[in-house]
Design a protein around this ligand. Structure first.
Ligand code: PLP
Length: 408
């Protein structure tokens, strides 16, 4: 007899984006002439930076000749990419990250979803509410979440409400937890932790033997000086934090697939007998067993974004999206709506009008303005009363979306 992992059966269906697609399709069927503007899904639209494209073409040519052919690469990533990451993302910022602490992957979704494999099944985890759903669902699969309550919350997960009163930033848990997922700049709220706020988390983690899983997938959008690009800008973070990075939003790699995870050598958790166990060798072991490396072509493309022209092109792309975010934020405010985030992030978190729920406002924006958004409640109960707008459409479409908001 074969028994299934029962925890997979505990997972509710992931209906958010299919519900949205369904409502949009229904609307389009009823209004075939309507021109919808999509501000819903968190995917980039600009083509790849030219430097990455050229590097990937060259990489294909390498694979076409026996002298430069590459088969299986190192599971941890090629040194040419790791060295570029270490130099540009860390050493130039004065941060101590070594090449043997960087693990290149096919993206931050896999790494944030897989990292829990290193941790015991009875760890208590804490997540922000609203939250990027991967952190929660991967812990449900691991049997760490308990049971799902009618309020949409799992009994063994500690939720850290992110509300307008707290600037949409999570506060320290008031009960014992072992692991905290932090995402800054945040998806979905679009706000980012300042250096002082992140320091509070690092100090708390060090004082309480808590592991921070820091998702910096939107790091490239940071523009304010007091917002850290890396958790390792905070003293002591190497002893308590893993950092996840992604080339998806940085360089338009959502379809190419590449990211990396930093696991500092000094970072330790406890074995069952209470002794300290380093996580770097365990993550290395996990990756060597289950992952065969990102493709050579992909890694050459990622390396190219660290060249001077690659850096310039990436900056232009991010600035383009940030300009859209600003249009959305300011346009929403002019339309009398409360808008948050969008300054160090491609996401704008829009409060729904008084008495209007996330889905009701989603429907209204669709029907009255032809705008596709994402209902905040899809990211957790505290997202009720908000919708998420993304800055990934074109300037022209974003500007038109703002005009439509004004006529609501
Ligand atoms: N982390 C956050 C917070 C995200 O919003 C996303 C994608 O939307 C990811 C990770 C996934 O990134 P990747 O494309 O590198 O898998």
């Amino acid at each position: 007899m074969v028994y299934v992992n029962p925890h997979f059966l505990e997972l509710p269906g992931s209906y958010l984006f299919s519900d949205i697609a369904h409502r949009v399709a229904q609307y389009q069927e009823a209004h075939p002439a309507a021109r919808l503007i999509r501000l819903g899904i968190g995917d980039v639209t600009l083509p790849l930076p030219a430097a990455a494209v050229a590097a990937m073409h060259r990489a294909v040519d390498d694979l076409a000749r026996s002298e430069t052919f590459h088969g299986y690469g190192p599971e941890q990533g090629y040194r040419f990419l790791i060295d570029a990451i270490v130099e540009h993302d860390f050493r130039r910022r004065g941060l101590d990250v070594g090449p043997d602490e960087v693990f290149v992957s096919d993206g931050a979704k896999s790494d944030t979803g897989n990292f829990g494999e290193l941790l015991s099944a009875d760890c208590r985890i804490a997540v922000a509410d609203p939250v990027y759903p991967v952190y929660v669902d991967s812990n449900v699969m691991a049997g760490r979440a308990g049971t799902l309550g009618p309020d949409g919350r799992w009994s063994r997960i500690v939720y850290l409400p992110c509300t307008a009163e707290g600037g949409f930033k999570p506060d320290l848990p008031d009960e014992r937890v072992d692991v905290v997922y932090l995402c800054s700049p945040n998806n979905p709220t679009g706000v980012a932790l300042t250096r002082d706020e992140l320091k509070r988390w690092v100090d708390y983690a060090l004082a309480n033997e808590v592991l921070l899983l820091f998702d910096a997938a939107y790091e490239a959008f940071v523009r304010h000086d007091d917002v850290p690009h890396s958790v390792y800008e905070i003293d002591g973070a190497r002893d308590c934090a893993v950092e996840f990075r992604s080339f998806s939003k940085t360089a338009g790699f959502t379809g190419v697939r590449c990211g990396y995870t930093v696991v500092p050598r000094c970072l330790k958790v406890r074995g069952a007998d209470g002794r300290h166990v380093a996580l770097t060798p365990l993550w290395n072991r996990r990756q060597c067993t289950k992952f065969n490396g990102a493709s050579y072509i992909t890694q050459r493309g990622a390396e190219a974004i660290y060249t001077p022209e690659g850096q310039r092109q990436v900056r232009e792309h991010i600035d383009y999206y940030l300009a859209n975010a600003r249009l959305l934020r300011e346009g929403a405010a002019r339309a009398g709506l409360e808008a948050y985030g969008g300054e160090d992030s491609p996401y704008v978190w829009l409060r729904t009008p008084e008495g209007c729920g996330s889905w009701a406002f989603f429907d209204r924006l669709l029907a009255d303005a032809g705008l596709v958004t994402t209902p905040g409640v899809g990211f957790g109960p505290c997202g009720e009363g908000y919708v998420r707008l993304t800055a990934f459409n074109t300037h022209e479409a974003t500007a038109e979306a703002v005009e439509r908001l004004a006529t609501l």
